[in-house]
Design a protein around this ligand. Structure first.
Ligand code: SAH
Ligand code: SF4
Ligand code: F3S
Length: 461
């Protein structure tokens, strides 16, 4: 994501009067990035060109996240920095969309006089009309929840092999720490035929890897009432010509059915990978978090998945420092991590969010303790990753090649069916470029690893 320009705004470079240029910065999860793609398409139809330079923009748009205070603090900082700029350029329009916009609504207009428009998570498709309306001098907060079907298409996607496709929005769980049910509303699934049509088009355009998105993606279909499930959707999408890999995120442990696991095991293009957050290994914490499963039930789920797919890779999220988390509770999380040995984990320090069910509990784990627990879990995760990767040396994996590695231009990178990052030399020993394999599945023999990356080379035929 592009940082704010360090230098003060250059008047000579400022947007030409009357030109329509948008600078957009996206925070938060993949769903927000996907919403940005939709908004860019709508703005493009309304005559806006995208710019990477804030000082060339006639519209600055932040697509915000509210999941932790830290995410909102970044946006507050951006808005603060824009205050003097808006004074210099009153014609500049500043708008906020996404989860922070939905959470704070018109209160944001009172707090930030430089802000012209606040657009909620179901209203952003109307951005072009709203931008017309604010030209009459009104400042607007449009944050009603509304109809879902019209909100997704078309999208302006970055070129490449990857496309992300929302299949549902919202969340019907009520994890006590979480703002998402308030910022994204009730669960709503998208009809399967609409998803199939979009994936067919994407595959025809050359997007060979599609990731299906939802807050609890494995609950897909419940609100449709036509018997659709994530398993039936995977079966429907699997034969689409041109499609090489199908992934989905994020799963809730309670919604992973045997039907889904059997389908994953059976369909070769479906990733053998589950992002299925455990959050904690302590039953007491899981109860206080409102997660609706026990540690034992989570472990049974892991066993059910591994019995069908011995090579499946599991990814978890953990929250440390939830109210009342004792050393014993934290040690239960450590031991869960030891027992499962995840392929990777995200670890977050609890951040109390206004108006969530846990907001009334005292945020009583000291910052320092949260930090120590976070570091301890991350260290353990890295140890497990390093050990796991070392066992793969000498083995081959089918890698879908995504492009040059971000860290080293001389390497190509891709992912295994289990979502492991694998890199290999971009140039053959004779110096010939291998870029023609981008978008292909190739066999890579793994030779060495760090705790983050596997290194290998094309396996001999
Ligand atoms: N829908 C997904 C993820 C939602 S948010 C799911 O249910 O798994 C992504 C992650 O942020 C969560 O899994 C959780 O680990 C973390 N998170 C959510 N609210 C948080 C909070 N208030 N403080 C710290 N971490 C939080
Ligand atoms: Fe938040 Fe829980 Fe819903 Fe995930 S399942 S989005 S953590 S309320
Ligand atoms: Fe953040 Fe909203 Fe996603 S709170 S994590 S952008 S659903």
């Amino acid at each position: 994501m592009s940082p704010l320009p360090a230098a003060p705004i250059d008047q000579a470079m400022a947007a030409q009067p009357g030109s329509r240029t948008v600078y957009i910065e996206t925070f938060g999860c993949q769903m927000n990035h996907s919403d940005t793609e939709v908004v860019l398409a709508r703005l493009h139809s309304a005559g806006y060109q995208r710019t990477e330079h804030m000082d060339l923009a006639s519209l600055v748009l932040f697509n915000t996240c509210a999941v932790r205070d830290h995410a909102e603090a970044k946006v507050r900082g951006r808005l603060g920095a824009l205050k003097p700029i808006k004074r210099l350029r009153p014609e500049l329009r500043i708008a906020l969309m996404g989860c922070m916009a939905q959470r704070e609504k018109d209160a944001l207009l009172s707090a930030y006089p430089q802000l012209d428009l606040v657009v909620g998570t179901d209203q952003f498709v109307h951005l072009p009309q709203l931008l017309e309306e604010i030209e009459t001098g009104r400042r607007i907060a449009a944050t009603e929840f509304g109809d879902f079907e019209s909100t997704l298409w078309p999208a302006q996607r970055a070129a490449g092999i990857n496309a992300w496709v929302p299949i549902m929005r919202g969340c019907n769980y009520n994890c006590t720490y979480c703002v998402v049910p308030a910022t994204r509303g009730k669960e709503k699934s998208r009809p399967a035929e609409q998803i199939e049509e979009e994936v067919r088009r994407l595959a025809a355009e050359g997007f060979v890897q599609v990731t299906l998105l939802g807050q609890t993606v494995d609950a897909y279909g419940k609100t449709l009432g036509d018997g659709s499930t994530l398993a039936s959707l995977l079966r429907r999408l699997h034969p689409i010509p041109g499609l090489k890999r199908l992934r989905f995120v994020t799963s809730h442990p309670k919604d992973i059915t045997d039907e889904l696991l059997d389908t994953m095991a059976e369909l070769p293009k479906v990733a053998k990978h589950l992002h299925v957050p455990a959050q904690s290994g302590s039953d007491r914490m899981l109860r206080l978090m409102g997660r609706r499963y026990t540690r034992g039930e989570y472990l049974v789920l892991v066993e059910r998945a591994r019995r069908r797919m011995p090579d499946i890779e599991l990814l978890s999220d953990f929250i440390v420092g939830f109210p009342r988390e004792s050393n014993a509770d934290f040690n239960d999380t450590v031991s869960l991590m030891e027992e499962v040995r995840f392929a990777s984990s995200y670890v977050f320090m609890y951040s109390q969010r206004p108006a969530t069910p846990s907001a009334h509990l005292p945020d009583d784990v000291p910052e320092q303790v949260k930090r120590e627990r976070c570091t301890r879990l991350l260290d353990l995760q890295l140890t497990h990753q390093g050990q796991h990767y070392a066992t793969l040396h000498g083995q081959s994996r089918a890698v879908l090649v995504e492009g040059p590695s971000k860290n080293d231009d001389a390497m190509l990178c891709g992912r295994s069916i289990g979502n492991l990052n694998i890199v290999f030399p971009r140039y053959a020993p004779d110096g010939a470029s291998r870029d023609q394999v981008i978008g292909d599945l190739v066999d890579i023999r793994i030779a060495r690893s760090t705790s983050l990356t596997l290194f290998g080379d094309l396996a001999p035929e």
